[in-house]
Design a protein around this ligand. Structure first.
Ligand code: UT7
Length: 332
């Protein structure tokens, strides 16, 4: 019997309507379009403005888009994984709420949190469930409402992040399509350089933590940038090497969208032309767990069955890695 691999068979996405442009940010903090564009590649990002709505709202809409497009019966979904750094609330699983709302009433579900690598690590997790032979339909959603933890008076972070969600369906494949290899890493040395200090178990919420703005994202951008450039490029080059992939064999790089310069450095190390690099950072900024599935949605029609895609991400913790996947279908 041929080996079972985990193929992506459908995608869906959702971004909120409100567009926060560089021009609007210029009126909020001491920054300008030229600085943001040249340093990050970002022109605008989407922000969820509706009170009372959180990450689950984004995730539910992305999943519903996938279900409508693929015409699957949500009752066939056996597992829902919500990859996120901004769950709806502590203790209650966001994924359970999402699964119920999309009609995945036969599924079990869990959240997976690993900062900007959440979706990448979620791909690895979903693949293992499929490869076990026990599960036939695993829905992986990457969703983040980053605006819930951003200080819009801090120009070092508010220009970078946006809100959004993307969903992918994994199904078993016996013809060699799907996840073929992965190289995933983490190093706790990075915790001090990118974090939300309060609200967790080390520093629970108090009057003091609110006053000190410790519920917002803090980032030492320069240090994170340095680690991101070298680590994302390293794992991407390594996964090509150990799968004997020459640059001609790689159809696409799907990189986490944190900074255009990090993406270019990774492509450069892989010796890939930029027309093989998926990019939408200009429209959405860094949507944390949503960047990779948003890319797949945007490029879906250009992807061909058999295309070799390298996914790569780097994020808080630090966490990072690369996944090699063979695309399984033509969308049109
Ligand atoms: O997704 C998770 C992983 N995260 C990342 O991968 C992010 C990695 N880091 C980055 O992308 C970049 O470090 C940033 C985009 C965050 C910052 O770019 P940078 O080129 O590293 O800038 P910098 O922090 O070194 O700051 C350069 C200058 C500073 O001024 P001085 O000290 O040179 O006078 C900053 O104060 O730019 C200033 N600056 C700004 N100026 C205008 C910082 N933020 C802004 C701003 N507008 N928004």
């Amino acid at each position: 019997m041929s080996k079972i691999t985990a193929a992506i068979t459908a995608v869906g996405m959702y971004v909120p309507e409100y567009v926060l442009s560089n021009q609007i940010l210029e009126t909020m903090v001491d920054t300008n379009d030229e600085w943001i564009t040249t340093r990050t590649g970002i022109k605008e990002r989407r922000i969820l403005k509706e009170p009372g709505k959180g990450t689950s709202f984004l995730a539910i809409n992305a999943a519903k888009d996938l279900i409508a497009k693929s015409k699957i019966d949500p009752k066939e979904i056996e597992l829902v994984i919500v990859a996120t750094a901004t769950p709806d609330m502590q203790a209650a699983s966001t994924s359970a709420f999402v699964a119920s709302n999309i009609g995945a009433t036969e599924a079990f579900s869990f959240d997976l949190e690993s900062a900007c690598s959440s979706f990448l690590f979620g791909m690895s997790t979903a693949a293992r469930y499929i490869e076990s032979g026990k599960y036939k339909k695993v829905l992986l959603i990457g969703a983040d409402m980053n605006s819930s933890m951003i200080d819009y008076t801090d120009r070092a972070t508010c220009i970078i992040f946006g809100d959004g969600a993307g969903a992918v369906l994994f199904e078993p494949n016996k013809d060699g399509f799907g996840v073929l290899d992965e190289y995933l890493r983490s190093d706790g040395v990075g915790r001090e350089f990118l974090q939300v200090a309060a609200g967790g178990s080390i520093l629970p919420a108090s009057e003091e933590t609110v006053k000190n703005k410790q519920h917002y994202v803090y980032q030492d951008g320069r240090t994170v940038f340095k680690f991101a450039v070298s680590n994302m490029a390293d794992v991407s080059a390594k996964i090509m090497e150990r799968n004997n992939l020459a640059k001609e064999d790689v159809a696409w790089l799907a990189p986490h969208q944190a900074n255009k310069r990090i993406i270019e450095a990774t492509a450069n190390r892989m010796d890939l032309e930029m027309n093989k690099v998926m990019m939408n950072i200009q429209k959405y900024g860094n949507t944390t767990s949503a960047t990779l599935p948003l890319l797949l949605n945007e490029y879906e029609k250009q992807l061909r069955k058999g295309d070799n895609i390298i996914f790569a991400a780097f994020g808080g913790g630090f966490t990072w890695g690369a996944i090699y996947l063979k695309w399984a279908y033509n969308a049109n």
